[in-house]
Design a protein around this ligand. Structure first.
Ligand code: NAG
Ligand code: NAG
Ligand code: NAG
Ligand code: NAG
Ligand code: NAG
Ligand code: NAG
Ligand code: NAG
Ligand code: NAG
Ligand code: NAG
Length: 896
């Protein structure tokens, strides 16, 4: 007895332990089949062998029954490496299980928890067997790349608490009906973002049958209907309702007011329209309210009963009206986050309006016409960490109240009318991470060093009147934009001894330790120093810059040093208009990700290397004009299929034109959207009459300019397939042969300049089909015969565009085609005849004009439309700039 009891106990414990680990054979087989069916490059299933499947990684068995109850295999052990989508994808795929989810898993009859999220089962249909796992409480197949229709049998999973089938990062399309949602009686959490809802009209009614639903996340489901009336509101347990990226084009429904438990209501980018429902103000539990990016207009009704509000965003609507009036609608005491940017508000923001805020952290007023009028001694109870006041008016003095905002991290005071020096206390706000003072009238020098601002990510001081040298900058810096100021001096600097931490170089000449800007700034992604008075040599580490390097319009000189390292993400290199000399920069050979390269207006000499065409597959914009480049145009250049702008004008290039110009497929009518932030200061490139292409509308510019060289041979006929080309300039060369017969196929041409060549033959009649042509110059060639007439050519009636071709005749030239004689009498007669011909021709053309009136007006309209479009982009530009700025911020956040 004395020994017996412990023995029994031990026996029971052994049994228990045995049971706990006992893996049921058919379940083990099911798991092994699953393992056999998937690819597993990173060996996540390496422990799946042997008998005891309950000991395998990612598995849990019930300690009572031995059944597998949990299969938890999300692919979440990845990080966004450096933010680019491609990196995300490749990294994601690397750690993913791939292939197919074996239906054998259906035999895990007790499975309660199944998580395979973020693995890549792309190419497969959504597995039907899931719906037989009746005990599932948690199902997460988010972003698994599967496609096709979701089986409505999923509605059988009546014990499900959590359902996450979102697929917003995946390319493939999942569809679903919505009627079966109503069978998920126990559901508390549903995320279906990215899934296309087929019978989308009744989705609200289906979900309304789920009395336990607490969290509903729907984004980008192709929803177009939002029922405005529900006879009975059933899903009153809803706490979080997050609906975004739909196109309702309807009002915010009244029934929302019945969801008394709501704490988070986010209805963003849903094309919601006014009026606002009165009931919204009843949601007294709301802590987070966002109605951003909709089409709401007019003032919002009183919301003062939302006493728990901590987060409010109404951005990107058309509220209009007075800021003070808007703020009075809300109870602000608990508010931490306020975003009312781009809502067309006006009026004055003074201390009085801000007294009700006690806890505010984010104040985003950008894109409004608000005058911010705060006393320099204003000292509120709250400390802001984000201040966005772009386009509000704060000037003319630098806002002194900022001095006491010691926690501010993000500050955007772009275009706020400040006309002042930057006070020295500003640079003591060491909490700052992001500074944007773009487009003010800031004057004076920057401090010699900003290295104490160790959190600084981005500084944008472009478009001001700052001068002096560029300060020492902290290593944390990601983005620096100082364009359009008067900064001067060289980029070479000695660092303070306290700051000789990283990548210090030794200068052999002086023996002294120096740091070359921007070599020490190892995090720099974006550097724009354009349009200043900077001089001296480029530092030997310029290609370390992560993404954009813009040094144009300065006085940099000397050869481009080579450091043989080039980030693959380097997208933009713009050195134009400096005094740089020497061979084509060899460093660029390794910059295979380059999209934009401008070395124009320098003194580069030698040939254009073959590797430009061989290596820079992504190049869309190549400008080398006004240098001393010689030799042939390398035939490899036509491998650049994305090229939209090729500008080699004003060099000493010789030899023939590349024979495969037809290879520039992106100079056709398609658009390949450049994916660089065009930034604020890529150079204005070329003008065709009154159309100026600059960084705003660069996307649309397609041009070949090889003018002012020594090119010989004929114009290849295949050039006419470039029907998206807007500008073709081959003037001032020695080209021979004829103008391509089918030149009329280049239907987008706005400017065609072939003057000062040796072209012969007649002008092809098809040229009259170039409806968009605004600039034409064919002078000083050996063209002969009569000048074609009709359509757009009639407006190009300046005779000088044909002059210097002794054998051309017909209007607008004085020489008539029938009468080559030229004594005095004939001359006046021929002039007369010419006039008459003109009228006659106009008369005949009248038929055409009537016939083509429609077309003509369409084109006229089209042109106007285009200008308007550009103007619109122009207005949007500041916004673009903000987006650029936000992009910096994103980098910063991601790299932090
Ligand atoms: C069985 O598992 C549950 C939770 O999963 C745990 O609370 C319990 O202590 C376990 N029982 C034994 C005997 O291990
Ligand atoms: C599903 O998995 C993803 C990634 O593993 C995770 O972010 C998400 O929160 C999960 N969903 C639920 C409802 O837990
Ligand atoms: C409300 O929910 C209950 C229980 O799920 C259901 O029986 C009833 O039909 C629902 N009412 C409506 C109007 O959907
Ligand atoms: C929105 O609906 C109105 C009529 O209800 C219609 O006139 C308008 O064109 C619609 N807008 C969009 C973008 O669908
Ligand atoms: C706020 O709530 C009170 C009491 O429920 C109600 O009388 C008042 O009308 C509400 N105000 C608004 C603006 O909804
Ligand atoms: C901004 O508001 C001021 C008055 O506060 C007004 O004079 C000015 O015209 C407004 N500007 C714009 C662009 O609406
Ligand atoms: C044309 O472009 C393709 C790639 O798009 C390239 O492989 C081919 O070599 C190019 N041909 C010429 C003549 O450049
Ligand atoms: C053009 O080539 C000729 C000889 O082929 C040469 O004499 C002339 O200097 C060249 N012109 C330029 C501008 O390079
Ligand atoms: C020019 O256009 C005509 C009519 O569209 C077409 O038949 C012809 O092939 C085109 N020529 C070239 C070289 O693309």
């Amino acid at each position: 007895m004395h020994h017996f009891l412990p023995n029994i106990l031990i026996f029971l414990l052994v049994i228990q332990a045995f049971l706990a680990n006992c893996c049921l054979e058919h379940e083990r087989d099911a798991l092994l089949k699953f393992k056999a069916g998937v690819g597993d490059i990173s060996n996540r299933l390496v422990s799946w062998r042997g008998q005891e499947c309950c000991d395998w990684a990612w598995i849990r068995c019930s300690n009572q029954t031995g059944h597998v109850i949990k299969l938890n295999l999300p692919n979440t052990n990845f990080e966004f490496v450096d933010g680019s989508y491609e990196d995300f994808l490749s990294y994601w795929n690397y750690h993913s299980l791939t292939g197919k989810i074996s239906p054998s898993l259906a035999s895990l009859s007790d499975l309660k928890h199944l998580d395979l999220s973020y693995n890549n089962f792309g190419g497969n249909k959504f597995p039907k067997f899931i719906s037989s796992l009746k005990n599932l409480k948690y199902l997460n197949l988010s972003n698994t790349g599967m496609s096709g229709m979701m089986p409505p049998q999923l509605g059988n999973l009546s014990r499900l608490f959590y359902l996450d089938l979102s697929c917003e990062y995946s390319d493939s399309i999942l569809y679903t009906d919505t009627w079966w949602f109503s069978n998920l009686r126990s559901l508390r959490y549903m995320d279906m973002s990215g899934v296309n809802f087929k019978d989308s009209n009744d989705w609200v009614e289906s979900l309304n049958k789920l009395p336990s639903l607490e969290v509903l996340v729907l984004s980008d489901n192709g929803l177009i209907k939002l029922s405005n009336s529900l006879t009975f509101v059933n899903f009153t347990s809803l706490r979080v309702l997050h609906i975004s990226s739909q196109n309702f084009n309807s009002t915010i429904p009244n029934w929302l007011g019945s969801l008394k438990s709501l704490t988070d209501l986010l209805l963003e980018s849903c094309n919601l329209v006014s009026p606002y429902p009165a009931t919204l103000g009843n949601l007294s539990s709301l802590s987070k309210l966002s109605l951003g990016f909709n089409s709401l207009d007019g003032m919002i009704p009183p919301m003062c009963n939302l006493t728990r509000l901590t987060y409010l965003s109404l951005s990107d609507n058309n509220i209009e009206g007075d800021i003070g009036e808007l703020l009075e609608k809300f109870t602000l005491g608990k508010l931490q986050y306020l975003d009312i940017s781009w809502t067309n508000l006006s009026g004055i923001l003074s201390e009085a309006q801000l007294t009700s805020f006690l806890k505010l952290k984010t104040l985003e007023l950008s894109g409004n016409n608000i005058t911010v009028f705060l006393d320099s001694n204003w000292n509120p109870t709250f400390q802001l960490n984000r201040i966005g006041m772009f386009s509000c008016y704060l000037g003319p003095n630098f806002p002194t109240w900022l001095k006491r905002q010691k926690e501010v991290q993000y500050l955007s005071l772009e275009d706020t009318g400040i006309d002042d020096i930057i006070p020295s206390w500003f640079w003591k706000l060491t909490s700052l991470q992001f500074i944007d003072l773009f487009s003010n009238r800031l004057r004076g020098n920057l401090p010699a060093s900003l290295v104490h601002m160790t959190k600084l990510n981005s500084i944008i001081l472009s478009n001001n009147q700052l001068e002096g040298e560029i300060p020492f900058l902290p290593i944390s810096l990601n983005g620096l934009s100082l364009s359009n100021n008067s900064f001067s001096g060289q980029l070479r600097k000695t660092y303070e001894s306290s700051y000789r931490k990283k990548s210090v170089r030794s200068d052999n000449l002086s023996g002294e330790v120096v740091e070359l800007f921007p070599c020490g700034l190892t995090n720099l992604m974006y550097l724009d120093l354009s349009s200043n008075n900077l001089s001296g040599h480029l530092p030997p580490c310029w290609s370390n810059i992560g993404q954009d390097l813009i040094l144009s319009n300065n006085k940099f000189s000397g050869a481009t040093p080579s450091s043989f390292s080039c980030s693959k993400q380097l997208t933009v290199v713009s050195f134009n208009n400096n005094n740089l000399a020497g061979d084509f920069p060899i460093d660029l050979k390794f910059c295979t990700g380059l999209q934009f390269l401008d070395l124009g207006e320098n003194k580069y000499f030698g040939g254009i290397p073959d590797w430009v065409g061989e290596n820079m597959h992504q190049l869309t914009y190549l400008r080398l004009s006004s240098n001393l480049l010689s030799g042939n145009i390398p035939s490899t250049l036509t491998r650049l299929e994305y090229l939209q702008v090729l500008d080699l004008g004003n060099n000493h290039l010789s030899g023939p034109l590349p024979s495969h110009l037809d290879n520039f497929t992106d100079m056709g009518q398609s658009f390949h959207y450049l994916d660089f932030d065009s930034g604020e200061s890529l150079q204005t490139i070329t003008k065709s009459s009154n159309l100026v292409y600059d960084s705003d509308n660069l996307y649309f510019w397609k041009s070949i300019d090889l003018s002012n060289n020594n090119l010989t041979g004929e114009i290849p006929q295949n050039i006419v397939v470039l029907d998206g080309l807007l500008n073709l300039n081959l003037s001032h060369n020695h080209l021979i042969g004829e103008i391509p017969f089918e030149i009329g196929n280049m239907t987008s041409l706005e400017s065609l300049d072939l003057h000062m060549n040796n072209l012969s033959g007649t002008i092809p009649q098809s040229i009259s089909l170039l409806y968009s042509l605004e600039v034409l110059n064919l002078s000083y060639n050996y063209l002969s015969g009569s000048i074609p007439t009709g359509h757009q050519l009639q407006s190009l009636d300046d005779p000088s565009i044909y002059s210097g071709n002794p054998n051309l005749c017909g209007p607008p030239l004085k020489m008539s085609c029938e009468s080559p004689k030229s004594d005095d009498n004939n001359d006046s007669k021929s002039k007369h005849v010419g006039d008459r011909d003109n009228w006659f021709y106009l008369f005949i053309e009248f038929g055409f004009v009537v016939g083509f009136l429609v077309v003509f007006f369409i084109l006229l309209f089209k042109r106007n439309w285009r200008y308007d479009y550009f103007r619109m982009i122009d207005i949007g530009f500041n916004r673009l700039h903000v987006l650029t700025a936000l992009a910096f911020e994103r980098w910063s956040a991601e790299r932090a």
